[in-house]
Design a binder for this molecule. Structure first.
Ligand code: PHE
Ligand code: ZN
Length: 867
């Protein structure tokens, strides 16, 4: 008997993996038979791999990857190996002199019952589930665990009968009793897949069933598994699944290929959800939806996450990634697909606003700091650190730019070609660009540098009107900050969707999609009879920073007259950035908003709610490269918000009265009214309206759904209004008691407190001591950390940073993926003003001694390199 791995040795360096070192797998696995037998004190995994040396691959031994596995037996072609016939180390099992074709059998023992990292097979309460992307499968059994090894899987699962639910990918082909009062099920997945898409689930779950008939006539059984008490929270997800299946048939001509589609809800999950073939596993937060316990944004997020995972069946599963450097091949494209689907669920303008707001606050900020990397990086230490906003959201923007330039029909011809050419293969970003080019007849290969270069490009420019010739000349220039690991950036193709407006009438004079693909270019518009106001990057046609010589007056004009709802919002954001970052006068912004809001609210409450967005403190901080002072920025932003609230002080009572509470409806329109009512309520607090406390208290009591209840509670807790302190405490207690059995609602309860703008580090620490706090449930940990992170005022203190360091240290071994993500909140420490900057550096340096996981080590190393 051997122990395959030793605990991570802090001294041992974590090696860098390079894209340029990619080599084809030496051996392929034609088929796998797994036998997984679960016991309370350990799980036995027998695997039988039918292996074949790959023609053309480099010569080499047969190597299987494995981590934290207790190897009990290894056989080749039925013969148990002697110790001198193989070598076992921390990460792999090498079999010497294996034949070119052979069957390798192994037996290992693993411990899901003590697996807190939530990778491989782990136990969450009374549920056993797997998470194998990217490299979890090697924690279940020895295997060439890489995405370019595709195999047919047969899985036998055996467990005690107290776990009636036994699921794996594919079709159930047999089930029955086993010895000792146990039972088993055998599943077979007919399509070849990489090991990261393998899944199994063992537990006692209730199921919601439905069905869908594909456009090809296949009858698909749809099953959503969850704890019995949550079964009625599954209807939204089920409907979204059917809508997604239909959408992919209509928009991309893609139908589902198996007889069943299963989704399992798990409360302990590191990410949102996972697209395992035919057996998705979802974080409860991304699949359960119910007006009483979850909010409108999460209801919306459930629908788009269901769509995302479903769309992966074609973009990810049937066509997968050759290696993990290509992650954005599946993620970027699939995010673009789920965003497009979501546009059918709410107004396209608001969908775009939401996607761009998160792109700017997460991806632009990431690209401005030490974690900056291209959507397709060419080196990494820990692939888990690359499930980033850059890979997902910038990746989606690249797919969107190509789709925009090609137009609907040609883009469809391009994707048809991609699916035709590569179905069943593991491919690269170049393969995607080749297919899109060949299928559409338009060469889009010059988009490759978008995938391979880091940093957010800036487009700078100005316009010039010549009345004599009636021409408007637009000069644009592109640039990007050099990146140490990715030097010498090439100019990128940047689509700039442009409109010219008549400033007297608000009429559109010209509309055009420009392509800036040189370092510097001029575009001339003719027959322009009056000096126009130009609107650039409509619908955010490219993921760039724009530094255009607008006057504040032009921007205010666009807030009022742009017909593109997204650019209306964008003009307001640009004005705000000028006020908050460059000290411009707030008056043009305030005036434009005051003139626009009342009439817009009557037409489109959802868009109005978004129009009052003010860039987050973290986004603003990402634009400040040195001597950042959190309190100064905080005060400026607060002052602006207060001025806005006061400017419309007389309007808020009417606005609030216009939105009475009505029975719950799940529609974009109703969601807009609820969002707008909550914005108005918090504005009423800021404006110091005496009725605000009363409104909030009544809204809390009369609420028919969580969005209303939480909006009221948040307004009270966050606004420190005179006379509201006692009420806040009372309603927080009421909320906790009402929803004590609803984990997702309790997460909201934590988030209201951790996100309070005046929260102190001591209060955050007290939340961690609360009996309902739980380090083993990532949702609960994040309910405190991710909302606290929105509050730089408290984070950027010696105590705040020490809090992060302590938490990182605590989670480093228990859940390194979670720890590493939490730590990234400190990415921009080096922009702080002295002496805080040096104090933070000392804390981070000291932390280096206390952590050893590859995830945290890599992140901390990146952080400390930034200076
Ligand atoms: N592949 C998943 C998705 O984006 C995300 C994920 C990555 C989940 C790694 C778990 C672990 O749909
Ligand atoms: Zn995905």
């Amino acid at each position: 008997m051997n122990i395959a791995t030793q605990p991570d040795d802090a001294q041992q360096a974590h090696p860098i993996v390079y894209l340029k070192d990619y080599q084809q797998p030496t051996y392929l696995v034609e088929s796998v038979s797994l036998n997984i037998s679960i016991f309370s004190n350990g799980t036995l995994v027998n695997s039988s791999l039918v292996m074949k040396r790959q023609a053309g691959a480099s010569l080499g031994e047969l190597v299987l990857l494995g981590r934290d596995l207790e190897l009990l037996e290894v056989c080749v072609n039925g013969q148990e190996l002697r110790p001198d016939q193989y070598r076992l180390d921390r990460e792999s099992l090498t079999i010497f002199g294996a034949p070119d074709q052979c069957v390798v059998d192994t037996q290992v023992r693993i411990h899901p019952e003590s697996n807190t990292q939530l990778e491989g097979l782990y136990q969450a309460g009374e549920l056993f589930v797997t998470q194998n992307e990217p490299e979890g499968f090697r924690k279940i059994t020895f295997f060439p665990d890489r995405p370019d090894v595709l195999s047919v899987f047969t899985t036998r699962i055996e467990a005690d009968k107290k776990y009636p639910t036994l699921l794996a990918n594919g079709n159930l082909i047999e089930a029955g009793d086993a010895s000792d009062g146990r039972h088993y099920a055998i599943w077979q997945d007919p399509t070849k897949k990489p090991s990261y898409l393998f899944a199994c689930v063992v537990g006692d779950l209730a199921v919601l069933k439905d069905s869908y008939t594909t456009i090809e006539g296949r009858e698909v059984s749809l099953e959503l598994y969850t704890e019995a008490k949550d079964l009625d929270k599954c209807h939204v997800g089920m409907q979204a699944l059917k809508d997604s299946m239909h959408w992919d048939e209509q928009e991309y001509g893609r139908a589902y290929d198996l007889d069943n589609y299963m989704i399992v809800a798990v409360s302990q999950f590191n990410m949102g959800a996972m697209e395992n073939k035919g057996l998705n596993i979802f974080n409860t937060a991304c699949v359960l939806s119910d007006p009483q316990t979850t909010t409108d944004p999460s209801n919306f997020y459930v629908k788009s996450t269901i769509a995302h995972e479903y769309f992966h069946n074609w973009t990810g599963n049937r066509i997968t990634c050759r290696d993990w450097f290509q992650l954005c091949l599946k993620e970027g494209f699939t995010v673009f697909r789920d965003q497009s689907f979501s546009e059918t669920l709410q107004s396209p303008a608001v969908q775009r606003i939401d996607d761009v707001a998160s792109l700017k606050s997460a991806q632009f900020a990431e690209d401005a700091g030490p974690m900056s990397h291209p959507p397709r990086p060419d080196q990494f230490v820990e692939i888990n650190n690359f499930y980033t906003a850059t890979v997902y959201d910038k990746g989606a923007e690249i797919a969107r730019m190509i789709a925009t330039l090609l137009g609907k029909q040609k883009f469809r011809q391009g994707t048809d070609e991609y699916f035709r050419r590569h179905d069943g293969e593991a491919v690269t970003v170049e393969d995607l660009l080749n297919s899109l080019s060949d299928g559409s007849g338009v060469d889009v290969r010059h988009f490759l540098p978008w995938y391979t270069q880091a940093g957010t490009p800036t487009v700078t420019g100005q316009g010039e009107y010549d009345a004599a010739t009636q021409t408007y000349r637009l000069s644009l220039r592109q640039s990007v900050k050099p990146h140490a690991k990715y030097p010498n950036p090439k100019p990128l193709p940047i689509p700039v969707s442009t409109a010219l407006f008549d400033r007297a009438t608000g009429q559109v004079l010209a509309e055009q999609m420009l392509l800036l693909d040189q370092p510097e270019q001029q575009f001339v518009f003719e027959h322009i009879a009056v000096e126009p106001v130009v609107s650039l990057l409509r619908d955010f046609s490219a993921p760039v920073l724009l530094d255009f010589a607008y006057t504040d007056h032009d921007l205010a004009f666009l807030v009022q007259y742009e017909t593109n709802g997204f650019n209306q919002w964008q003009a307001a954001q640009e004005l705000l950035e000028r006020v908050l970052l460059k000290g411009h006068d707030a008056e043009p912004y305030l005036q434009a908003i005051a003139q626009t809001v009342p009439s817009l609210a009557a037409r489109d409450a959802l868009l109005t709610a978004r129009l009052l967005d003010v860039p987050s403190e973290n986004y603003l901080a990402s634009r400040i490269d040195q001597d950042y002072e959190p309190s100064e920025m905080h005060q400026r932003r607060e002052a602006l918000l207060n001025a806005l609230a006061k400017r419309l002080a007389e309007y808020w009572p009417t606005a609030y009265a216009d939105q009475p509470i009505v029975p719950y409806v799940d529609s974009s329109e109703a969601m807009g009214r609820r969002a707008w009512r909550n914005v108005v309520l918090s504005m009423a607090f800021r404006a110091g309206l005496p009725e605000a406390v009363q409104w909030a208290s009544e809204q809390y009591q009369a609420a028919v759904c969580m969005t209303e209840r939480l909006g009221a509670l948040r307004a009270l807790v966050w606004n420190d209004a005179a006379g509201a302190a006692e009420l806040s405490v009372q309603l927080l207690a009421d909320f906790e008691q009402c929803f004590s059995d609803e984990a997702l609602a309790i997460d909201l309860w934590f988030s209201v407190q951790s996100g309070k703008p005046t929260v102190t580090v001591a209060e955050i620490q007290a939340l961690l001591q609360h009996p309902r706090f739980d380090y083993t449930t990532p949702n609960r940990v994040r309910s405190v950390t991710s909302h606290f992170a929105q509050n730089p005022l408290a984070v950027w203190t010696v105590e705040g940073v020490q809090f992060y360091a302590d938490l990182t240290k605590h989670l480093d071994a228990k859940n390194p993926v979670l720890a590493s993500r939490i730590l990234q909140a400190l990415s921009r420490w080096y922009t702080l003003k002295a002496p805080l900057r040096e104090q933070v550096k000392a804390v981070l340096k000291a932390l280096q001694q206390d952590v050893s996981s590859s995830s945290v080590t890599e992140t901390l190393g990146n952080l400390l390199q930034a200076e």
